[in-house]
Design a protein around this ligand. Structure first.
Ligand code: GDP
Length: 300
C-alpha cells in the first residue's frame, strides 16, 4: 500500500485530491458539481460511472448537511470503492489442476507491457513456490522472446520459444506441452499484439487459444492495458473482448498517470475485474489490485 501510494502520488493532480478540494468548497453549487463531473471525466472515469457517482455524492452530501473534511473523505472513499466493486473475483487463476498446469494467456497490443507483466507475474509465482514455464508466443516483436527469456532466467522459469517469425499458436502449444512434461504449476504465454485488423487478431489469438485447449482448459486470459492511453485503451479492450473471453485486466503504467479513473471505465466496459496493476518497470512493480488500497492511494 505504501508503495502504491508513493507510486500513484508521483503523478500530480491525483483524482482524489482534486475531488476533495472541490467537495470542501463552502457552497456546493451547480458550477461546482459540474467541475466535479469534469474532474472525473478528465480522469477517464467514463460518462455513465461519472454521472452515477456525482448523483450519489450529491444525495449523500445533502443528507449529511454539515461536512467536515474527514466526513467528505470518508464519503468519497466509500463511493469510489463501491463504484469499483468489492465482490469481484480478483485472483489470478494459476493453480495446477488435474488436466495439468494452469494456463494463463497474456494478451494486449504491442508496447502496453505484456512481456514485462508476464515476467513480473512469473517472479511472483516462482517466489510463491510454483514451477512456471514461459511461452514466448509474441513473434511480432523480434526482441520479445529474448526479453522474456531474460526474465525467465532471472526468476527461474524455463522459456519455450520458436524460430523468429514462427507460428504463435505452435509455440503456445509447445509451451503447454513442456509444462505438462515438467509437471509445472503454471504456463504463462506471452502472445503477439498485432491489431491492424480485427480478423487478423481473431485468427491469430483465436488459434492460440484453440490450439492450447487441445491440452486442456485455458484458466486465464489477462488483457494488458496501458493506463496512460486512456480512451485508446478502452477501444483496444473492446476489440480484444470480441475475439477472446477476457477473464482479467492488468493495468500497467499506473505510476505514470494521474488518470486512475480508467480502472472504473474499463471494468464497466468489459464487465471484467482489474486483477493486477503495474507500478513501474522493475521486477517488484506488479501488485494485486485491491479497491480499498487503490482508492486510498488515489485520495492520498
Ligand atoms: P509489450 O510490447 O506489450 O510486451 O511491452 P513491454 O513489456 O516490452 O513493455 C513496454 C515498455 O513499458 C517497457 O519499457 C517496459 O519496461 C514498460 N513498462 C511495462 N510495465 C510498466 C509499468 O507498470 N510502469 C512503467 N512505468 N513502465 C512499464
Amino acid at each position: 500500500l505504501v508503495r502504491l501510494r508513493s507510486r500513484l502520488s508521483r503523478s500530480q493532480n491525483s483524482l482524489g485530491k482534486g475531488l476533495l478540494s472541490l467537495l470542501s468548497r463552502e457552497h456546493l453549487d451547480e458550477d461546482t458539481w459540474e467541475e466535479i463531473e469534469e474532474t472525473l471525466l478528465t480522469a477517464d472515469v467514463g460518462v455513465a460511472p461519472t454521472q452515477e457517482l456525482v448523483e450519489r455524492l450529491r444525495t449523500r452530501v445533502k443528507v449529511l448537511g454539515t461536512r467536515t473534511p474527514d466526513e467528505l473523505r470518508g464519503l468519497l472513499r466509500e463511493e469510489l470503492v463501491e463504484l469499483i466493486g468489492t465482490d469481484a473475483d480478483r485472483t489470478v487463476h494459476s493453480t495446477k489442476h488435474e488436466e495439468g498446469p494452469a494456463v494463463v494467456l497474456v494478451v494486449g497490443v504491442n508496447g502496453v507491457g505484456k512481456t514485462t507483466t508476464t515476467g513480473k507475474l512469473a517472479r511472483v509465482l516462482v517466489a510463491d513456490g510454483r514451477k512456471v514455464v514461459l511461452g514466448a508466443a509474441d513473434t511480432f516483436r523480434a526482441a520479445a522472446a529474448d526479453q522474456l527469456q531474460t526474465w525467465g532466467e532471472r526468476v527461474g522459469a524455463r522459456t519455450v520459444r520458436g524460430p523468429e517469425g514462427g507460428d504463435p499458436a505452435s509455440i503456445a502449444f509447445d509451451a503447454v506441452k513442456e509444462g505438462i512434461a515438467e509437471g509445472a504449476d503454471t504456463v504463462l504465454v506471452d502472445t503477439a499484439g498485432r491489431l491492424h485488423t480485427k480478423t487478423g487478431l481473431m485468427d491469430e489469438l483465436g488459434k492460440v487459444k484453440r490450439v492450447v485447449e487441445k491440452h486442456g482448459p485455458v484458466d486465464e486470459v489477462l488483457l494488458v492495458l496501458d493506463a496512460t492511453t486512456g480512451q485508446n485503451g478502452l477501444i483496444q479492450a473492446r476489440v480484444f473482448a470480441e475475439v477472446v473471453d477476457i477473464t482479467g485486466i492488468v493495468l500497467t503504467k499506473l505510476d505514470g498517470t494521474a488518470k486512475g479513473g480508467i480502472v472504473i471505465a474499463v471494468q464497466r466496459e468489459l464487465g471484467v475485474p482489474v486483477k493486477l496493476v503495474g507500478l513501474g518497470e522493475g521486477a517488484d512493480d506488479l501488485a494485486p489490485f485491491e479497491p480499498g488500497a487503490f482508492v486510498d492511494a488515489l485520495i492520498g
